[in-house]
Design a protein around this ligand. Structure first.
Ligand code: C2E
Ligand code: MG
Ligand code: MG
Length: 759
């Protein structure tokens, strides 16, 4: 190449005749550096060691003629492009054609004219220079074209990545699409296999957040990676792109079926903070190119943008939905949640309760102690309110000192009242603000959907006006929206007081209802049913007060009282010589949940009254057992071990599985009255009842039908081998003396027939 302008071009002259060499050297020596060779062999050696810029080649030479030398030169990679001019004595066109075919550029005929030689050499050298420049330009152009293509395709991919930012999909989905886009870059020999790991600050681990082409075993091996672990962990710590052409000693995590591979681990940097790692697979032994790194770092920055945008969106979303001061849902989110709760309630035919709370004296605190104290008070109050509720309930701050609560799951007025009292109690406790004790309180309005209103807006209005009513009536209190609800609430408060008194004043009575054997008509047992002999009102049925007693905890002393009375009375009947019958006492959920305490109570009552345990039966319901199956089984086993029988009351109304039933140490099943009521006309009830009977018998359980009122019912049950009945057909629940008479009347059956009570 003649790109070096400081040196003279080198001309190699090849001729076996020294005189010719001399003439040529003389002609060219001034302008060029001349190298001479007297044989073809020698010429080839020189070309190899120091390639000239042009060769003047004599045709007629011994051993190797010029044509042969030329042919050899054209075979040599280093010499192929060196222009060759033949020097010939002949002037025959045949030679010229042959020479040109071999690739020579020109002919000079002897005798040599120095001027001509010089002119020809000069022309061809400049022609060659021009040609070389052209070739170089061409190569440069092709290079440029390749670079342009790479740049264009990279740009295209980055643009696509930027576009995915706008997709309204999850971050995981966005990252998965991003991986696909990166794999599709045509110039980059990536495998369609890779992942994005994001750093979990709390766990201090990289978490596999999106992936493509990973098998299950691969995902499992790479779910979480510690900083510094394996290639990805190292790239995370180093904050720079790592490339490995294969699986080597630094590749720490392996999985079943792992193939040889190389990969790029590209940190996803947000300034000097690393958010995660982009992990991309290449074929094993891949030769990295500089443009790959450039592209990957651009792609990683784009992903940084994507993540940051997502975080910002989440932050904005949080700001749009939550109150910055308390972290509670704000008015907008509250409306969403309320509407959601209402549509769910309509679908499931359930109630929703809306409570409106306004802090009393908040304004005073704010005005006298300053806004900061006011803010702290709101934060503390919101925490106290939240602590009184279940996580499934919604507490929101509407603004100022106004809070709302949505209850969706436990909506019985009693529970709501309980919650309201608890919150009021909590708000009435002094708040300590900047070292000072501050007393505020809350006023609450409570309203029920769908009872009080049909839509969210009216419901909120109701709750608000009920709250104002509470404020008017002296604050630190709650009011239900409707008078009727309010009356009931007052009634409950009153009733609770009366129930306590009733227990002290012994106003409760135990009634007994016989259980009768279907076949023999004999009384085999009786259920003890409580009544409240309320002064001025007469006998109150348990339906009116048991739930309240249960909810207030009064059921525990009341239940013990009933149990003791029933046991004592049964002992009296047995001592009096009546046929022995088992007395059944209902247990409430509260009592049953007591576990050990219940066992103790039962044991001491049996000991005190002297009733043998085999003449006591305890009735529990399915829901009581299903709440905590293991504990229920333990309690039941202990009772059974004492010799007390257990029966399952109201069977069919709960959700106990037959499989679970098998595990309970039960004596009898009582079919709920609702299934008996329409026997034998209702085909469905017929099917259910006969199925329950045969199933219970397979489990060796006695079957008692509740609420039997008619001969037809009795006939059906007897035909279907039901063991016992209980119901108005035979007798209503009656006071002790009446029951004694029933026992007496029934006695004749015992002397007429032989047989015994099924145990
Ligand atoms: P339960 O244990 O299922 O009691 C049977 C209920 O059905 C009794 O109502 C009984 O009077 C009624 N009944 C019996 N035969 C017939 C009939 O042929 N037709 C109709 N319509 N009803 C019939 P009661 O006495 O009003 O008791 C209601 C519920 O109150 C009981 O249902 C029980 O769950 C609870 N209860 C009653 N006494 C006690 C008690 O001492 N302790 C506890 N924890 N709960 C009790
Ligand atoms: Mg019962
Ligand atoms: Mg029952």
């Amino acid at each position: 190449m003649i790109n070096n302008r400081d040196r003279k071009p080198i001309i190699l002259i090849v001729d076996d005749v020294p005189t010719n060499l001399k003439i040529l050297a003389l002609a060219l020596g001034n302008d060029y550096e001349v190298v001479a060779a007297t044989s073809g062999q020698r010429a080839l050696q020189i070309v190899l060691s120091e390639p000239p810029d042009m060769i003047l080649l004599d045709i007629m030479m011994p051993e190797m003629d010029g044509f042969m030398v030329c042919a050899k030169l054209k075979e040599m990679e280093a010499a192929r492009h060196i222009p060759v001019i033949f020097i010939t004595a002949k002037n025959e066109s045949e030679d010229e054609i042959h020479g040109l075919a071999l690739g020579a550029v020109d002919f000079i005929t002897k005798p040599i004219s120095p001027t001509l030689v010089l002119a020809r050499v000069k022309t061809h050298l400049s022609l060659r220079a021009a040609y070389q420049t052209l070739e170089q330009r061409n190569a440069d152009l092709m290079d440029k074209e390749e670079q342009l293509r790479i740049a264009y395709e990279s740009r295209l991919a980055i643009n696509q990545l930027l576009e995915t930012m706008l997709d309204p999909v999850s971050l995981k989905e966005q990252l998965t699409v991003a991986l696909d886009i990166i794999f599709s870059v045509p110039w980059f020999d990536l495998q369609p296999r890779g992942a994005v790991f994001l750093f979990d600050r709390a766990a201090e681990e990289l978490v596999l957040s999106a992936h493509q082409g990973f098998e299950v075993s691969h995902c499992m091996a790479c779910t979480r990676i510690k900083p510094g672990q394996c290639w990805c962990g190292k790239a995370f710590v180093g904050g720079a792109i790592l490339f490995s052409p294969g699986v080597d000693a630094r590749h720490e995590i392996c999985w079943e079926g792992m193939q040889p591979h190389g990969h790029y681990c590209v940190p996803i940097m947000d300034r000097d903070q690393c958010l995660g790692v982009l992990n991309l697979y290449v074929p094993a032994g891949h030769q990295p190119r500089p443009e790959e790194r450039i592209f990957l770092s651009t792609a990683a920055s784009t992903i940084t943008g994507l993540i940051n945008r997502r975080n910002l969106e989440e932050q904005l979303d949080q700001q749009a939905k939550f109150d910055a001061l308390t972290g509670l849902p704000n008015r907008a989110l509250f409306h969403d949640r309320l509407n959601q709760a209402l549509s769910m309630a309509i679908r499931n035919r359930r109630d929703v309760v809306l409570i409106f709370i306004d802090l009393d004296r908040f304004k005073l605190v704010n005005d006298t102690m300053g806004h900061e104290a006011g803010d702290r008070l709101l934060q503390a109050a919101s925490q106290r309110i939240t602590a009184c509720l279940r996580t499934s309930d919604t507490v929101a701050r509407l603004g100022g000192d106004e809070f709302t609560i949505i209850l969706q799951h436990l909506t019985s007025p009693f529970y709501v009242e309980l919650v309201a009292r608890k919150i009021l109690e909590q708000l009435a406790r002094p708040f300590i603000l900047f070292g000072e004790d501050v007393s505020v309180s809350g006023s609450m309005g409570i309203t029920f959907f769908p009872h009080d209103a049909a839509d969210a807006e009216s419901l909120l209005k109701n709750a608000d006006s009920a709250m104002y009513q509470a404020k008017k009536e002296g604050r630190s209190t709650f009011r239900f929206f409707t008078q009727e609800m309010q009356d009931q609430a007052m009634l409950r408060v009153q009733m609770e007081k009366e129930l306590r008194q009733a227990l002290d004043r012994e106003e409760f009575r135990v009634y007994y209802q016989p259980k009768v054997c279907c076949r023999s008509g004999r009384i085999t047992g009786m259920e003890a049913l409580v009544r409240w002999d309320k002064p001025g009102r007469g006998m109150v049925a348990p339906g009116e007060f048991i739930q309240l007693a249960e909810e207030t905890g009064l059921i525990v002393p009341l239940g013990a009282w009933i149990l003791e009375n029933a046991c004592r009375q049964n002992k009296i009947w047995i001592e009096a010589g009546h046929p022995r019958a088992r007395v059944a006492v209902n247990l409430s959920a509260r009592q049953f949940q007591q576990g050990e305490e219940l066992i103790d109570t039962v044991a001491s009552i049996l000991a005190e009254t002297g009733l043998s345990p085999e003449w006591l039966e305890l009735e529990i319901t399915e829901s009581m057992v299903m709440e905590n199956v293991e504990q229920a089984i333990a309690t039941m086993r202990e009772l059974q071990a004492m010799g007390v029988r257990i029966s399952l009351d109201d069977f069919g109304t709960g959700y106990s599985s037959l499989g679970a039933l098998k595990r309970f140490p039960l004596h009898a099943l009582k079919i709920d009255r609702s299934f008996v009521m329409e026997l034998p006309t209702d085909a469905e009830d017929v099917a259910i009842v006969s199925a329950i009977i045969s199933m219970a018998h397979k489990m060796n359980l006695i079957v008692v039908a509740e609420g039997v009122e008619s001969t037809e019912q009795l006939a059906f049950l007897t035909a279907n081998e039901c063991d016992e009945i209980q119901g108005y057909y035979y007798s209503r629940p009656v006071p002790t003396d009446d029951f004694t008479r029933l026992l007496q009347e029934n006695r004749s059956l015992w002397s007429e027939q032989t047989g015994s009570v099924r145990a």
